[in-house]
Design a binder for this molecule. Structure first.
Ligand code: FEO
Length: 396
């Protein structure tokens, strides 16, 4: 338990060990935290809990600081079990305590825990009076689940934003100004790219809606990672930037390869790009050897991507197929793309990738480039030329 503002306490859990989140869908190289907050006034409110495996430990810790019966209200801002897991354990002790959440939160919590707890559905603008201070609720559907909501604490000027503005970073330092800034922002952009990209159009609207409340913000308390206390609105500014079809001067090549033919194509294409534009950042990833979430973050930063696979069984290598499914769902906007790959006999991979890129919302820069077997000097020259033309088409 750590006091973060007068009578407001962090009561979460730092998970230094976790390396895969959402099953195996999201890599957490730097661990994470599950942030839970206790707000004491005449009445006491608990905001969010922790992931299920830490539920018993969480309740025990909480009991060391407050008699559980003294918790008057629970606010469940989001039902995903990394925040509601501890709730099941807690409710064994205080089963009648009201749980404030959105209407969708009720559905989702019931769906997860099959309990008919004392739910109090709330809407945007609803207030929970704690005595001298209020918690004001702001629904935030699809940021990032239909049930998500934010809560704002008056007087202390704290925005509890749940997953929004969060990041997977285990630290004992608690605050944004006390951690390595490069690590922090790397985790923030990775989180945005992998989780929030499909909902970018809602991000700006929600930020505007919050701005229209015209309330001061001293602190933003997300449910993962550090608390934004130093220039807290800097992360809001980043979200606005990232939500506006973000892209840096970068071209990323993502490929898989069997006997290095497609890899050799990738390297020759990269050579051509650099020959045409020495300022553009070029990065290459063999997706089979790379962390897919890190590569998604690189795609997010890119203005163009080139995807390569040899043809196998009239299709593409399975790691590329998986990656294409991932970027399809993320709905990137205003990015350009092209495909490349080697083949021996039938050669479908390039057309398949091109079509999937188009279906995923990328603008095709060119017909894809194919090369037979392992590219010879002539083919490599074509790859260099392909890279050169690609760079010229998108030169900033
Ligand atoms: Fe951190 Fe959507 O759960």
């Amino acid at each position: 338990m750590k006091e973060i503002k007068k009578n407001v306490f962090w009561v979460g859990k730092v998970d230094w060990e976790i390396r895969k989140f959402h099953g195996d869908e999201y890599s957490t190289h730097r661990g994470t935290t599950y942030n839970s907050y206790l707000v004491k006034d005449k009445k006491t409110a608990l905001i969010d809990t922790v992931w299920s495996p830490f539920g018993a430990e969480y309740v025990e810790d909480l009991e060391n600081h407050i008699s559980l019966e003294k918790i008057d209200y629970i606010v469940a801002q989001h039902a995903e079990i990394d925040h509601s897991g501890g709730l099941a354990e807690l409710m064994k002790h205080i089963p009648d305590t009201p749980i404030y959440c959105t209407k969708n939160g009720v559905k989702s919590l019931k769906g997860h825990f099959h309990k008919d707890w004392n739910f109090v559905p709330v809407k945007t603008g609803d207030k929970l009076n704690l005595g001298n201070k209020d918690l004001i609720f702001l629904e935030a559907p699809m940021l990032h689940w239909p049930d998500s909501m934010f809560s704002y604490l008056t007087d202390e000027n704290i925005l509890f934003s749940n997953d929004a503005f969060g990041h997977h970073l285990a630290t004992e330092m608690l605050y944004n100004d006390l951690v390595d800034q490069a690590e922090l922002f790397q985790e923030c952009i990775k989180y945005y790219a992998n989780i929030l990209t499909p909902f970018s159009s809602l991000v700006e609207k929600k930020i505007d809606e919050f701005k229209n409340l015209n309330v001061p913000v001293d602190m933003i308390c997300p449910s993962h990672g550090v608390i934004w206390r130093n220039n807290p609105l800097q992360i809001v500014g980043k979200y606005l930037e990232w939500s506006r079809n973000y892209g840096e001067n970068q071209i990323t090549l993502v490929y898989d390869t069997m006997w290095n033919g497609t890899k050799n194509m990738a390297e020759a294409i990269a050579k051509g790009i650099k020959a045409a534009d020495d300022k553009v950042v070029v990065k290459l990833f063999n997706i089979s050897h790379s962390d897919k979430n890190d590569v998604v973050a690189e795609v997010f930063k890119s203005k163009a991507i080139l995807i390569g696979s040899p043809t196998i069984n009239r299709g593409v290598l399975s790691a590329i197929a998986g990656f294409m499914e991932q970027i399809r769902g993320l709905k990137f906007k205003e990015k350009k793309a092209a495909a490349f790959g080697t083949y021996g006999w039938s050669g479908e991979s390039v057309d398949m990738i091109s079509k999937e890129l188009e279906d995923a919302g990328f603008e095709l820069l060119a017909d894809g480039l194919r090369s037979t077997w392992n590219p010879d000097e002539k083919s490599l020259t074509e790859c260099i030329e392909f890279g050169r033309k690609t760079a010229e088409k998108i030169k900033m």
